[in-house]
Design a protein around this ligand. Structure first.
Ligand code: NAD
Ligand code: WQD
Length: 377
């Protein structure tokens, strides 16, 4: 039987932590031709090389030429702010959809260089949407964040919670969601967009060949813990930011979701954007309203909160490293508890995040110990 032609999907920021895992998951399906554009601002092209290697090794012995092609990511190097760079990606065969992952993402930095954050996260998104429309591409999955909720009034957090981001970074995410929703409302027969609000993605691919490789000292807890365990930052002990929060052990609670579960959520979102359904698909048939804009937002979390101290203990178990830490004052901008209510994503997308905390920490540790210097900085 002839194979269905591959749908071409562009992943912006495809070389980054989340983007590279999404790329890999897409490559492994053999259903898409995956393109990426990234300017290496916070990543290394090596991540995409490894994704292609892993997907190529996973091909069956009787793989067709199309299968082989589907295992190779077509990587463009370029800044999304440049119209010329983005147009190059759309110049070839038609792109069916875009997973828009590229962004600047450091909360603290975003108030130091707000214009850069608005230019990359908002300006480049508007331009991308314009170029998509010019090329007849109207499907987008957008990388949003739990940070859009600010300090949530109710935990676990449902999507109906009012969006009240408390940082420049968070506001760029709210703005992009608003833009997407407006575009979908104005062109209900063309545009479809799904915004995925990630909680705290963590872990690495099971092979130990792909993972998170932040530039400089990590500000986020999990990459910091894994780098401390391989012997970095000996002169700068681990600090726990506050133990006087209204949580069971006084430290902040977050909803850590395995990066592979998160990446798989994007497959569901792509399927939801399309009119076709895979056999056994759990995607709700009426995910978009018959009338009006076809924009939806979903929480991608596990729905279970873990405190800072419980994450230190989980990483101790995975790595064998006995962390010494000191409790210091609260970090500005931290909120006590960010735990998702993932019920809507479960109901409408069939989303599930089955990978457990131990697996997440073991995978993270495998990646870190096999690649002490990440992708070879
Ligand atoms: P990342 O920095 O690893 O990935 C972002 C990628 O975008 C990088 O590869 C970077 O080089 C690229 N990029 C940045 N500016 C660009 C530009 N102007 N042109 C082209 N490429 C550019 O970050 P990540 O953790 O993978 O996050 C990916 C997305 O998920 C972001 O949109 C982020 O806001 C969102 N998000 C991340 C988290 C998290 O905890 N990591 C949580 C919620 C949401
Ligand atoms: C987790 C917990 C810290 C470091 C951030 C962004 C958010 C989203 C995900 C993009 C907090 C504590 C941390 C340390 C500590 N990104 N901590 N000592 O803050 O939940 O979310 O990344 O959208 O927008 O804000 O993640 O990993 O920085 O912190 O005690 O050295 O660990 O206080 O409670 P956070 P994190």
């Amino acid at each position: 039987m002839p194979q269905q032609p591959l749908k071409r999907v562009l992943v912006t920021g495809g070389a980054g932590y989340i983007g590279s895992h999404i790329v890999l998951i897409l490559l492994l399906t053999r259903q898409y031709k995956v393109l990426s554009i990234d300017n290496s601002h916070n990543s290394f092209p090596e991540a995409l090389k490894r994704a292609t290697e892993i997907a190529t090794e996973a091909l069956p012995a009787d793989a067709t030429e199309q299968d082989r092609d589907s295992a190779v990511v077509e990587a463009f190097s370029g800044d999304l702010r440049s119209r010329e760079n983005v147009e190059k990606v759309f110049a070839g065969s038609p792109v069916w959809g875009v997973i828009h992952v590229a962004a600047l993402k450091a909360v603290g930095e975003s108030s130091e260089i707000p214009l850069d954050y608005y230019a990359v996260n908002v300006g480049a998104t508007i331009q991308l949407l314009q170029i998509m429309a010019e090329h007849g591409c109207y499907n987008m999955v957008y990388s949003s964040s739990a940070t859009v909720y600010g300090t949530p009034p109710v935990v676990p957090i449902p999507e109906t919670t009012p969006l009240k981001a408390e940082s420049v970074y968070g506001r760029t995410k709210v703005m992009c969601e608003t833009i997407l929703s407006d575009v979908c409302t104005s062109y209900p027969d063309k545009w479809r967009a799904i915004s995925l609000r990630y909680f705290n993605p963590a872990g690495a691919h099971t092979s130990g060949r792909m993972g998170e490789d932040p530039r400089g000292k990590p500000g986020n807890l999990l990459p910091l813990l894994s780098q401390i365990a391989i012997g970095k930052f000996k002169d700068d002990p681990l600090k726990v930011f506050g133990n006087d929060y209204p949580t069971p052990d006084g430290t902040c609670v977050r909803d850590y979701i395995h990066i592979l579960d998160l990446a798989r959520g994007h497959l569901l979102a792509l399927e939801a954007l399309s009119d076709e359904r895979a056999p056994g698909s759990k995607i709700s048939p009426d995910i978009f309203p018959k009338q009006g804009g076809k924009f939806k937002a979903y929480n991608l979390g596990k729905g279970r909160g873990q405190s800072v101290l419980s994450m230190i203990e989980a990483m101790r178990k995975a790595s064998g490293f006995n962390y010494q830490y000191e409790i210091i004052g609260r970090r500005v901008g931290d909120v006590p508890d960010l735990t998702a209510d993932p019920a809507l994503a479960r109901k409408e997308l069939g989303f599930d995040a089955p990978l457990e905390l131990d697996t997440m920490c073991e995978d993270l540790w495998r990646w870190q110990s096999m690649n002490p210097d990440g992708y070879g900085q």
